[in-house]
Design a protein around this ligand. Structure first.
Ligand code: ADP
Ligand code: ZN
Ligand code: ZN
Length: 801
């Protein structure tokens, strides 16, 4: 067995198959499937994944493999074959599929080190010497003295371990911090300040109790002082500035108080029994847990997982990145303690790798994370849970373009375990499958507290305008806001920013500033006061006069959260507002801190974007206001109604989750649109019926599958010609039942100076399609490789632009 089949790290058509390499004598039995190795490839040395070991090759004169990169397989057998499946399903290269399953740290630059675990006396004599000076030693140093075989044995006996120390590409984030250089002087300094410098005195008093440096932002927040106050003190040399690293893991220092299983309600009980059965009988099944917000789905997840752990098996829980909040994490850590690994984007590559390693070393048995956590390297899975399964962030928008739901089902089939999809507003495709009994439908129709869902009022903003109200707040919303402040209850104000954002327009002639490289308007960023293109990154200053008509009335439009906040202060000066958006939450831990402040009642109104739509569960929220419901409705996307309905329902669910009754006010310019109207009555079933009819008429999922081919080239004619050819070719391969639309210009017809054309295929069953699409890629391989042409194929796309 001295031949290794290796998928090399060259993402191209010619290399999308295993290459055979001879395993040199000293590495025989060391090299195993699932390990990464270094191999010669042409004149280069590159890395690759071993996918098999065999005795013979069909090829003569094999080159020798150079060395292993890992001492243990980093992809187990199941993940290796999942990689095959993934590449077939998403039409991506095998190497991309394997890479997608690894934590980022293993793709970044890292240094390999061997670390001692056992006491030095207990080490095998052959490796003892390596660790005489230090607990760890670099890989290069180690293999200069000891054979790889010896190292591998020590690793498999757990007396040493191989770690990958990431050379973090991102520099550690540092922020300005303030300290007092001479605290003995503080009292004197305080007295020396003029009487009217109350704020400065307050700051000095704070440092009387505060020994070490504190982040400036924190001082500002705690004492509610401006940066100018602090700057003044720094100038007087009473305080000094320094830069400190921001603490990286927002969950690291938290204490999780443990929780015990609640006794289930009858509904929860009925819902969980089939899941438990599936777990106990090792049967693969997909459940749709369809329950309104606050109906107790999470408790059902927790107790399902518990059953799985009792069997010595493992669980993966996916939550959308945006709702991977400390609140959410606490619920899992509170129940399962340090058995839980959390994989979220707030972690650095190194930290994520640490969590991943806990899974690989079987130190944990529950992984909670966003999309990519679906590849958690467990080997004995007992359940996979996907919360908010309708969220589009479960689809990866780069190669391999997989949907986590599909991967979950594929893995669960292998392990013969259940998948639980949870949602109050399931994706249409999912609900349709549940209707047809492909998935088993479990319902939690009532809220835990037996509270009725909050009453929803829909406000026609055109009417407001007609009656002379030009503000962004309707009169009803304003009245209600005032009432909450009086009653000391809290409000969530939601601004739906996705889809439309602030753009710069001339009030006189209507000229909108577009990106010079892309056919799309530039977005205005208030914090940098710059305009930026979200597609190519182009940045520019806002011109002082209109380039078209020279008018000075050129300014940004649209309502950013900051603008809303300004307005709010004008009309409700007494309101205490916390704003949550990308600007205020970019600092580590800021998200949690703002939520804590809100929970502790330090503000009346929480104002924010998508990131406040989910997961919030505070008892004192009795009013939810949606400032403009329809911003997403007009996107060129057949799912825009569905997304609008889901989002509005989701946001409304933030109100009245506890004793106090909740109320929701939705402001809109299209109150007659069914997705707004039905979100008002929170009637998913009716929405489902209505939307299904429309999908059927227009031949969209779930009645048809779709695949999108997008072609781009610097020359318009070339993009058109290639798309035309592809469209013709695909059309010829498919049955009459399939609909092939194109070639047409993409909704965003130019990005980064490349023209974009597309072909959309709608089909029911076309066994030929994947083959045909692969052939398309093969045919243009040369032009793609040289970079002139780009062809992207998205099977079941979520973004049609
Ligand atoms: P969902 O996940 O469906 O939004 P949650 O699981 O968050 O709902 O439940 C809503 C609230 O009800 C939570 O505060 C939760 O602690 C509580 N809860 C859930 N199940 C029970 C139960 N069996 N007994 C008492 N309280 C429960
Ligand atoms: Zn103009
Ligand atoms: Zn651009």
């Amino acid at each position: 067995m001295n031949v290794a089949s290796v998928i090399v790290d060259v993402p191209a058509k010619q290399t999308d198959k295993p290459f055979d390499y001879l395993i040199p004598e000293h590495l025989i039995e060391i090299i195993k499937p699932g390990m990464r190795v270094i191999v010669p490839f042409g004149p280069r040395k590159i890395q690759g994944f071993v996918v098999g070991i065999k005795a013979e090759s069909d090829f003569k004169s094999l080159k020798e493999l150079i060395e292993p990169m890992d001492l243990n397989p980093i992809l187990n057998k199941e993940l290796l074959s999942l990689g095959d499946w993934l590449s077939n399903h998403t039409l991506s290269y095998k190497i991309s599929a394997y890479q997608a399953m690894l934590p980022a740290a293993l793709k970044a630059k890292y240094e390999k080190k061997l670390k001692r675990i056992d006491a030095i006396e207990e080490l095998d004599p052959s490796i003892k010497l390596l660790f005489s000076d230090s607990d760890s030693i670099t890989w290069e140093e180690a293999i200069a003295h000891v054979s790889i075989r010896t190292l591998q044995r020590a690793v498999s006996e757990s007396s040493i371990e191989l770690i990958y120390e990431v050379k973090e590409r991102v520099k550690k984030k540092k922020l300005k911090a303030i300290y007092c250089p001479d605290r003995a002087q503080l009292e004197n300094w305080k007295k020396s300040l003029p009487a009217n410098a109350a704020k400065q005195k307050e700051v000095l008093s704070y440092f009387l109790k505060q020994e070490g440096p504190v982040f400036q932002k924190e001082v500002e927040d705690i004492l509610e002082v401006s940066s100018a106050v602090i700057k003044g003190l720094v100038k007087k040399e009473m305080l000094s500035e320094t830069y400190l690293e921001v603490y990286r893991d927002p969950f690291a220092e938290r204490q999780f108080s443990s929780t015990v299983p609640l006794s289930l309600t009858e509904e929860q009980h009925n819902a969980i029994i089939p899941i438990w059965n599936s777990v106990e009988q090792h049967e693969h099944e997909v459940f749709l847990l369809y329950g309104v917000t606050g109906s107790g789905k999470t408790e059902v997840y927790l107790q399902s997982i518990q059953r799985v752990l009792e069997q010595g098996r493992e669980a993966i829980v996916l939550v959308p990145e945006i709702s991977l909040t400390p609140q959410m994490v606490t619920r899992f850590k509170g129940r399962f303690g340090d058995k839980v690994a959390v994989l979220h984007s707030g972690l650095s590559a190194g930290e994520k790798y640490d969590e991943w390693r806990k899974i690989q070393r079987k130190e944990v048995s529950v992984a909670v994370g966003a999309r990519s956590a679906i590849f958690a390297p467990f080997e004995n899975l007992g359940i996979i849970i996907i919360d908010e399964e309708h969220e589009t962030s479960y689809k990866q928008e780069e190669n391999p373009r997989y949907h986590a739901r599909d991967v979950a089902i594929e893995r669960a089939k292998t392990y013969r375990c259940p998948v639980v999809l949870g949602s109050a507003t399931p994706a249409l495709e999912t609900f349709a499958r549940a209707q047809k009994d492909v998935y088993k439908l479990l319902k939690l129709p009532k809220r835990m507290n037996n509270q009725a869902l909050p009453a929803v009022t829909i406000i026609d903003m055109r009417e407001e305008l007609r009656e002379g109200n030009r503000s962004m707040f309707s009169r009803v919303l304003l009245d209600q806001l005032k009432e909450r402040i009086e009653k000391k209850e809290q409000t969530v104000l939601f601004l739906n920013k996705r889809g439309h954002s602030s753009f710069v327009m001339c009030r006189d002639c209507g000229y909108v500033i577009n990106c010079p490289n892309c056919d799309i308007s530039l977005t205005y960023h208030q914090y940098s006061r710059q305009m930026k293109c979200h597609y190519c990154g182009h940045e520019d200053h806002v011109p002082s006069v209109c380039p078209e008509c020279q008018s000075e009335h050129i300014r940004y439009f649209g309502t950013g959260t900051q603008k809303v906040e300004e307005e709010l202060v004008k009309v409700l000066p007494e309101a205490r507002v916390i704003r949550m958006d990308v600007d205020t939450t970019s600092r580590k831990g800021a998200h949690e801190k703002l939520l804590n402040q809100f929970q502790e009642g330090q503000a009346d109104i929480l104002l924010g974007t998508q990131m406040i739509a989910k997961g919030l569960d505070f008892p004192n929220i009795t009013l939810v206001g949606v400032l403009s419901a329809d911003t997403m409705l007009h996107l060129p996307d057949f799912r825009s109604s569905e997304k609008t309905f889901q989002l509005l329902t989701q946001v409304s669910g933030r109100a009245g989750r506890h004793q106090l009754e909740g109320e929701v006010i939705i402001q809109t310019y299209t109150p007659e649109h069914y997705s707004v109207e039905l979100a008002g009555t929170q009637d998913y079933d009716l929405f489902y019926d209505k939307e299904m009819m429309i999908r059927k008429i227009h031949k969209y999922p779930p009645f048809y599958y779709i695949s999108l081919i997008t072609v781009s080239h610097e020359q318009l004619m070339k993009a058109v010609a290639v798309t035309e050819k592809i469209t013709g070719w695909v059309r010829a391969k498919l049955s009459d039942e399939a609909v092939v639309l194109g070639p047409v210009a993409s909704p965003i017809p130019r990005i980064n100076n490349r023209y974009r054309y597309q072909c959309l295929v709608k089909y029911k069953r076309e066994p030929q399609l994947n083959g045909a699409l692969k052939t398309v890629l093969d045919q243009y391989q040369q032009e793609i490789a040289t970079g002139g042409l780009q062809i992207s194929i998205d099977v079941n796309p979520y973004i049609l632009m």
